[in-house]
Design a protein around this ligand. Structure first.
Ligand SMILES: [Zn+2]
Length: 306
């Protein structure tokens, strides 16, 4: 017993002096090391769906910040000087890409992850080389964005690779389930055409064999001409569509005007998931919740068996 106690004391003494020595030799690098282990990667996302994907991949390993507030329509957004400073203070900026954030060049400091890198995007205008940015509304393209975010975070923060891989695998499964649900739910529909508010559902429509007609063009806040309103009313009448879709962040009056001209017309929300209404923010809705709401409302407009 005595020998054991002596050995134990000796070991403790050696360990103690070792630790003391380490601190004495290099106290600064030791405290820095401590900070690096405890601090989380600060990741700022440009707008709501990207923040959702980043949160799913990063989980507890990151500190999340959102640049464009959830209640603000992001198409016409211009960052303020304060916003630029805010982004500067982060380690990483994750953005949708495909020209959606046309202010991205103003952000110099943090490392950037383009969520749409290498993605097979469609042109909106081939002459001007402008792309349709709304890839997040197609769950299978959203998977590519999640993979890009995962790979980007691993490159910048390899210490947390396992977390990023596990988290993204879980969310990629959720997106696969969502894709399957959409295919099953839309199987029995009588219609293939729908009238969205702005043309944000092109990728979605292509993925699920639907035809999108939109009241407004790429930007939901651009003016809709009276001629376009008349055209849309005619399309709804010709195709026998009763539901005119609006969005949570736009004035629903334009959709209402059309619905009033259509037999049994009514307005429902088909969300481009570019943000959330105040009530949705309070309820803490996420990307998958919003997609499920969209499917339910689409099933009404496409006259599917419910
Ligand atoms: Zn849009």
């Amino acid at each position: 017993m005595k020998t054991k106690a002596i050995i134990y004391t000796l070991i403790m003494f050696i360990l103690f002096s070792l630790v003391q020595n380490l601190y004495a030799q290099n106290p600064v690098s030791n405290s820095t090391l401590q900070l690096e282990i405890n601090s989380k990667l600060k990741v700022v996302s440009s707008f709501f769906p990207i923040d959702q994907f980043v949160g799913k991949v990063g989980g507890e390993a990151i500190e999340r910040m959102l640049l464009i507030p959830k209640g603000v329509e992001p198409h016409d957004y211009e960052p303020t000087i304060k916003d630029i400073e805010h982004v500067d203070s982060a380690d990483v900026l994750v953005y949708n890409g495909l020209g959606f954030e046309n202010w991205i060049g103003k952000m110099n400091n943090p490392q950037k992850i383009d969520a749409s890198k290498g993605l097979n995007a469609s042109y909106l205008d081939e002459r001007n080389m402008t792309f349709d940015p709304h890839v997040w509304l197609d769950p299978l393209l959203a998977k590519k964005q999640v993979e890009n975010i995962r790979d980007g975070l691993i490159m910048i923060d390899p210490n947390h690779k396992d977390i990023y891989v596990n988290n993204s695998n879980n969310f990629l499964n959720e997106l696969d389930n969502l894709d399957e649900k959409i295919r099953t739910d839309l199987e029995s529909c009588k219609k293939k055409d729908f009238i969205s508010f702005h043309n944000s559902f092109s990728y979605f429509a292509k993925q699920y064999g639907l035809n999108q007609h939109s009241i407004s063009n790429t930007d939901p806040e651009s003016e809709v001409t009276p001629a376009r309103l008349t055209e849309i009313i005619n399309i709804a009448k010709t195709l026998g569509l009763q539901v005119i879709y609006s969005e949570e962040l736009v004035d629903p009056r334009q959709a209402t005007v059309i619905a009033q001209e259509v037999p049994d017309g009514k307005v429902l929300v088909l969300s481009p998931i570019e943000g959330l209404s105040e009530n949705e923010q309070k309820a803490g809705l996420g990307y998958i919740d919003k997609m499920n709401d969209n499917i339910n409302n689409l099933m009404v407009g496409l006259q599917c068996n419910q």
